[in-house]
Design a protein around this ligand. Sequence first.
Ligand SMILES: Cc1ncc(COP(=O)(O)O)c(C=O)c1O
Length: 385
Amino acid sequence: MLAKSVLEIKETPIMEIANFGRAYSNRTGKKIFAAWFGEGNQPTKEIIYREAINSLKNGQTFYTYQNGLPKIREALSNYMNSVFGLNLTPENNSLVTGGMLGIKIICDMLIEKNDEVVIVGPVWPNIRSSVILKQAKIKEVNLKLKNKWQLDLTELFNSISNKTKMVFINSPSNPTGWMLNESEQEEITSFIRKRNCWLIADEVYHQIVFDRDVSPSFLQFAKPSDKLIVINSSSKSFNMTGWRVGWLSHPEFLGEHIAKLVQISTTGVPEFLQEGFFSALINYKSIVHGVKNDLKKSRDLVFERTKNWNKIHMPETNAAFYSFFKVKDMSNSVEYAKFLIEKTQVGLAPGVAFGKSGEGHLRLCFASDLNYLDNILNRLKKELS
Ligand SMILES: Cc1ncc(COP(=O)(O)O)c(C=O)c1O
């Protein structure tokens, strides 16, 4: 018999839609314009992958350091310090096999059965599943959509009890594009410090911000003794989703515990991938500049073209690469996403995948080239305007 916790995890409705779309395409021979996953259609830049190829040619194919090569941990602290004006040391950063494994390691390291975890939603489904796998109890505090998405800090603080082990906040957010500002981060940091629980900040979209340089980071308001872990990823800022490379910024004493959990999962990020990622880190300014420029054009196109569509309410956002919009009179986002595939051949993520509060919405990932996006918008217009 399988473990109860595994049986409790359901396949995400995003995969249900992707599988439906792929089967539809195989059956009918029609091309599907997919915008259901959180990634773009641009491959990794040569300045990154050529270092991975060189490393393979040089025979760097052996087991490696669990928390990352010393030079990678140093490059990570240089990157974080330069982007956010911090004073992190290499020992404050650990390389992991994608932000996803970072989340899993955090849950394994901190949560026990029946612990309480507060999550700000709607939120990327893997976060919720990782907590469920630990048989912990989730309390969800939901963003409210007014003109834009907002978090009620009083509601967040009231939901934190003395049983709360950790509070999970993803800003900039997938799926909503909502982002905390500095004063909110400062208030949350000092509140959580007093309550002595862990604050887990998922900041994987910190570079994907269009009206300022980067999003603020909780690390800017933390003291070295704070129970704060920040999750980051190469996926979104460097077009490296398939590489599975991410990192955690954490208090120094956690390094050895992270190393143990890396040891018994992946045993470390392959060295040749670290070499590629090293090049991404030291050349980050030019790479991110290009990625952001492209995304800004895509974002502007989506908001400009949909502004008068009367069947949707699409709040403009300045961060991450999603538009999470409400569809009037739509109560079943999975069925509606299937309908859109059959009618328009466009694949969107159903809002319910991000929690109950996401129902009634669809998520469009706009991280693709303008031609592809133009096609998507032309097709959707027939149903949504
Ligand atoms: C909010 C959020 N956190 C973490 C991740 C995981 O990123 P990675 O590709 O590094 O596993 C994603 C990926 O979609 C995400 O949207």
